[in-house]
Ligand binder design. Structure first.
Ligand code: GMT
Length: 373
């Protein structure tokens, strides 16, 4: 199949899912055309069946906001003609589903099928905003198929958008070979933490929804109970606040900000514990990737996270904003090596058995085939 894959290029789960899916599809013999305003950050390795197409928006003094949706639609229409795309798969509804709809209108008769995958904030935050709601709902309804990355997100979409189309759940996935405890290396661990110190980590785009100050607060309480270090992986608007908080709490020396790491598996695998204290989380891909590396997670019971983490088995869940609960859960686990080992093994098992790339990618392929029949 010839597939157009549309996503955001910046640090964030929807771009990661699109990239990992595109790479897996190319390995399975499909031709994948990524379309975005910059190279998706995880699309680092060359593959003969992957091509990246950059969307440029011509500037004009008339434009307060450059019309990216129009430029993307134009690119998709042109690409559909030259590459004879069978299908366009857009990740994150706003504005990608709208651009795909527009491209199809431009093409008329023989146009590619459109699959829209909903990821989270496109529904739970931006999508419910009055300025986006109606058009997003229209674009969702115009898609040939719509998928959501968790049951919780599918339910939320049904409740707040009342779409006419069916919302199919195709869960996020992880490559258990790339994200693996085998990457754990004491020499690398010792680059981040001294002997006897626990290495705790967080990975995200540092948006308000992630409750970054809670990561620092939890770690502040935790390091009073056990020797520990914190790795903050990623970039986004909350980085500076977190750095200021760490300084105010006197723990700057114990917190490292690594920025936008591309090959995250190598870092995640060194962690002893992963923290995800989000306000909303449709799925929690970062937690899944940590789990695949055999790292137990302490997360909030937000959105779809309980579909990923079984409380008390593969990780620990607390209510949103319950910092003492998360700090206690983390400290108790890290102080108990036997329980930590068991939870680490259970986290790995859960990730690779319930969310394996080799099962989920064929689900997308099956959906594409069904649409093209
Ligand atoms: O806001 C973010 O966390 C980024 C966002 C995205 O679309 O880039 O992530 C969402 O999609 C991920 C991949 O499907 C999910 O794992 C995240 O849970 C989801 N984020 C939220 O729902 C907040």
């Amino acid at each position: 199949m010839k597939i157009g894959m549309v996503c955001y290029p910046a640090y964030g789960g929807s771009g990661v899912v699109a990239t990992e899916l595109g790479i897996a599809l190319a390995r399975r013999g499909h031709k994948v055309h990524f379309v975005s305003h910059a190279l998706p950050f995880r699309l680092v390795d060359e593959h003969p069946d992957i091509v990246f197409h950059e969307v440029d928006v011509t500037s004009s003094p008339l434009f307060k906001y450059p019309p990216y949706t129009v430029a993307l639609a134009g690119k998709l229409a042109a690409l559909s003609r030259t590459e004879e795309l069978d299908l366009i798969h857009v990740h994150y509804a706003i504005p990608h589903a709208v651009a795909a709809y527009l491209a199809r209108q431009v093409l008329g008769g023989r146009s590619p099928k459109v699959v829209t995958t909903l990821h989270g904030t496109d529904i739970t935050l931006l999508g419910i905003d009055a300025c986006f709601h109606e058009v997003t709902r229209f674009a969702i309804d115009q898609s040939d198929a719509v998928t959501a990355v968790s049951r919780h997100l599918a339910e939320e979409t049904r409740a707040s958008f009342k779409p006419r189309v069916e919302i199919q759940v195709i869960l996020n996935f992880v490559n258990g070979t790339v994200f693996s405890p085998a990457l754990r290396n004491p020499a690398v661990h010792s680059l981040y933490a001294c002997a006897g110190e626990a290495l705790v980590g967080h990975l995200s785009n540092f948006r308000p929804v992630k409750r970054i100050p809670d990561v620092v607060r939890v770690f502040h309480l935790l390091q009073k109970k056990i020797p520990a270090r914190l790795l903050m992986i990623g970039e986004g608007p909350g980085v500076e606040t977190a750095q200021d908080m760490a300084a105010e709490l006197g723990i700057s020396g114990r917190v490292s900000f690594l920025g936008p790491v591309t090959r995250v598996a190598e870092v995640l695998a060194q962690l002893d514990l992963f923290l995800l204290p989000s306000e909303h989380e449709s799925f929690g891909l970062a937690a899944l990737e940590a789990m695949a590396c055999g790292v137990p997670v302490v997360c909030t019971r937000a959105g779809g996270v309980p579909e990923v983490v079984e409380h008390g088995v593969s990780g620990l869940l607390c209510d949103v904003s319950d910092v003492p609960c998360m700090a206690r859960a983390a400290a108790e686990l890290l102080k108990d090596p036997r329980r930590h080992r068991a939870m680490s093994a259970a986290a790995r098992k859960r990730a690779v058995e319930a969310f394996p790339e080799e099962r989920v990618v064929p689900e997308y392929e099956g959906l594409y085939r069904q649409l093209l029949e």
